[in-house]
Design a binder for this molecule. Structure first.
Ligand code: GLY
Length: 362
């Protein structure tokens, strides 16, 4: 098992990465002295697979857990689902000395984290991410929240978990499409921070697609190290943390503009990364061959790199971009690459440049 530390003064915590970790959630929470009573929040896909193991582990280590299951899918990242979870905690009389376990992918982690941030003005929670995307990105760093009809993640809080348990065994149970979607975030870490890691992905993409255990361990660990480093330097995204949004400006708009569910998050940000790479050639002088390498790696992973848009869909996409949190003073800002392994945030881009790139990826 590997440990990665997220250093945030009194809010510091560790990420455990290894096989068989769901069975260790109970003892782990006991060591952290989070309380006796707790709620596991999961969804209708994940709970049947893994909730029993987590509940048993919690009971065997002296806890009294309840299970709250929300419907699987992005629709549960909503104010309505937040209200239902809060009411359920209240009806079971969970108190300040209680805690939550988020068991599932990004939707469950973001929702459960926001429930933890708001119930009784905040109770502790731990993350037990069961998807690649959640293990390498969303479970780490304390971004919690729900979507509003107007846009993704528009209501939320920075609220750090007390521990993250990345059980690599759960990744072998993921449907292929969900697994591949997570690889888009993995590629992102290479582009934004680590050219050597990007090269290792290029040479070992087949091992990653095979879910080779050693490769999975290395990949999840490196992504968590990078995320921990970035978050430790800029917890509340006043600057550097924005680099984690490479490919997300257009990616979020694709997710939102097409209606949640048509494109998985990773699929949308794969297309977004291709667009950001091409914009980077225009605006930052990223060598064309680097943009090609980014596109080729995403393609080799089986991710989409193009999107067909009608004129009205493109208009909707621009509207969605303007609603994104990355808008500053009414202007859409991008994270762009100078070279693989180095990016800059807050970049202004001309509308015509965006249009040209949209043409090239249609
Ligand atoms: N997923 C981007 C971040 O945590 O900042």
């Amino acid at each position: 098992m590997h440990k990665v530390r997220v250093s945030l003064a009194s809010r510091s915590y560790e990420i455990s990465i290894g096989a068989g970790l769901l069975a260790k959630v109970g003892p782990g929470c006991a060591r952290l002295r989070l309380g006796r009573r707790c709620a596991v929040i999961s969804d209708s896909n994940v709970a049947p697979l893994f909730a029993k193991e987590v509940l048993t582990s919690l009971r065997d280590s002296g806890h009294e857990p309840i299970l709250i299951t929300v419907p699987a899918g992005e629709k549960s990242k909503s104010v309505a689902a937040l209200g239902r979870c809060l009411n359920e905690l209240a009806s079971h009389r969970l108190e300040r000395k209680s805690f939550l376990v988020a068991l599932g992918g990004g939707v469950v982690g973001d929702l459960a984290g926001f429930v933890a941030a708001t119930y009784l003005r905040g109770i502790p929670f731990v993350q037990a991410p069961t998807t690649l995307l959640a293990q390498v990105d969303s479970s780490v760093g304390g971004k919690t929240g729900v979507n509003l009809p107007a846009g993704k993640n528009l209501a939320g809080a920075f609220y750090q978990p007390r521990h993250v348990f990345c059980d690599l065994d759960t990744l072998t149970r993921l449907p292929r499409r969900d697994y591949v979607s997570g690889i888009a975030e993995v590629v992102k870490y290479g582009v934004i921070y680590d050219a050597a890691f990007f090269r290792s992905l290029e040479s070992s993409i087949s091992a990653l697609l095979r879910r080779d255990p050693a490769m999975l361990g290395r990949v999840v660990r490196r992504c968590c190290e990078i995320k921990a480093d970035v978050v430790s330097k800029d917890e509340n995204e006043s600057g550097l943390r924005a680099i984690l949004n490479f490919g997300h400006t257009l990616g979020h708009a694709i997710e939102n503009g097409f209606g949640y569910g048509k494109y998985l998050h990773g699929e949308a940000i794969s297309i977004g990364q291709v667009a950001a790479a091409r914009l980077s050639c225009e605006v930052m002088g990223l060598p064309e061959r680097d943009a090609t390498r980014i596109e080729s790696l995403l393609r080799a992973a089986g991710l989409p790199v193009q999107v067909k848009l009608s004129a009205s869909q493109r208009k909707k996409l621009f509207e969605a971009m303007l609603l994104d949190k990355k808008v500053s003073q009414g202007e859409v800002r991008f994270v762009l690459a100078k070279k693989i392994g180095e990016v800059t945030w807050g970049c202004r881009v001309q509308q015509e440049q965006i249009d040209a790139v949209m043409d090239s990826i249609s």
